[in-house]
Structure formats: structure tokens, C-alpha cells
Design a protein around this ligand. Structure first.
Ligand SMILES: [Zn+2]
Length: 213
């Protein structure tokens, strides 16, 4: 099951619980703020979160990581270029806020990793890099559940900003076309800041046409 929760400190961000129905174990994706709210859901529903997965290192996706990691004592995973973001408030954009964020205890994933649930090895997510919004952008998806957590690469009817450190528009559109729009049409795309969309719907957007050859 997927549970979407909007968390907010400076701007609202979608956090997602991706939970195995059989065991109640799962992953928490992009806990951007409000650790208490996320912990309440975990406790109330008796979830066992095995890992925190990050789609990229912007402050509004990592704001609750440190507190959750301390309380839950679980690994935090992201794409390898995430080190440029989580170690530098200027890059993760928290330097502009009253609480600069630096994360030190992160395990960087090799590109193309499978993240496997310890409680049920059939339950897993596949990670591929989708750079362009940031240089560390990645998505996590399950072909079996037809769901992809796409961070700020694709939004419903739009795509992520590319005017921040490590961003590049041509790179983003290219990597979306290569890694996301080649997934099955019926795949649901769950983003950091929009309603859900699908591969089929986004493929029709005109800005991808030059990249879909
Ligand atoms: Zn972002």
C-alpha cells in the first residue's frame, strides 16, 4: 500500500509510506518535515519502517530525516551524488532558512539498485538516477505495483525546476524521457508536489516530444 502524507515546514511536500500489506514493514520516502506527524502514523498503524529513501537532497525532502533516523535507528539511502546536497546547506537550499540542514549518516546507493525489504524479499523498489532537477535526482519504482516515486522530476502536467544548484533542463527532459516515459503506460507517478499522474498522461506533454525519438 501507498500512503501519501503532506508535510510542511516552508512549503508542502508529499511524503510517502510504501508498505508491504503482508508484513506491515516498508519504506518511507522523502520525509521533508514534521517528523512527529510521520511518527504518529508509524505508531498508530504499527508500521515497521526499514529504510528512509530520498529522491534528492533538497531541504523540503530531507527536513525530518535526522530526527526520524535518531528515533527509528534506520538507514537513509539516496543516489550517490546526494553527498553534494546533504552535506552543503547552500546546495540543499536550507542555507536560506533558519535551520540549515547537514546530514552525515547516509548510505549512497549504486545506480540501478534494488532496495529489498528484509521482512519480505519479494517487496522491493528499483532505483534509477533521473538527474536534471538536481544532479542527485533518482526515482524508485515497482513494476509489480505499477508505482513510481519520482520526486521533483515529473509533476502532473509539468516538470521540476532546473534553475537551482546542479539543475539542467535539457538533462532533466532527457532523463525523464529515458527513465520514466519508457516505463509501462499504466504506471502511477507519485511526485513531491503534485497530484498523482501516469506515464501515459505525461508522455502526451509537448515538451517531451523532441526527446521521445
Ligand atoms: Zn527539489
Amino acid at each position: 500500500m501507498v500512503i501519501q502524507t503532506v508535510v510542511m515546514q516552508y512549503i508542502p511536500t508529499n511524503s510517502y509510506f510504501y508498505i508491504d500489506d503482508d508484513t506491515g514493514h516498508g519504506f518511507l520516502i522523502d520525509p521533508g518535515a514534521e517528523a512527529d506527524k510521520l511518527l504518529e502514523i508509524i505508531n498508530q498503524r504499527e508500521f515497521v519502517i526499514e529504510r528512509i529513501l530520498l529522491t534528492h537532497g533538497h531541504f523540503d525532502h530531507i527536513g525530518a530525516v535526522q530526527e526520524l533516523q535518531q528515533k527509528l535507528k534506520i538507514p537513509v539511502n539516496m543516489q550517490k551524488h546526494g553527498c553534494f546536497y546533504v552535506e552543503r546547506p547552500e546546495w540543499n537550499l536550507s542555507a536560506q532558512t533558519s535551520q540549515p540542514i547537514v546530514l552525515s549518516d547516509v548510505e549512497y546507493l549504486p545506480d540501478g539498485s534494488d532496495i529489498v525489504l528484509a521482512a519480505n524479499p519479494d517487496f522491493r523498489l528499483h532505483m534509477v538516477p533521473v538527474p536534471g532537477h538536481t544532479s542527485d535526482g533518482c526515482i524508485y519504482y515497482s513494476l509489480k505495483d505499477r508505482v513510481a516515486f519520482v520526486g521533483d522530476s515529473v509533476f502532473q502536467g509539468s516538470y521540476g525546476r532546473t534553475d537551482m544548484p546542479g539543475g539542467d533542463e535539457d538533462t532533466l527532459l532527457q532523463s525523464i524521457a529515458r527513465e520514466i516515459l519508457t516505463l509501462p503506460d499504466s504506471m502511477t507517478l507519485l511526485s513531491g508536489h503534485s497530484e498523482p499522474t501516469t506515464v501515459a498522461a505525461e508522455k502526451k506533454m509537448p515538451w517531451y516530444a523532441p526527446y521521445l525519438l
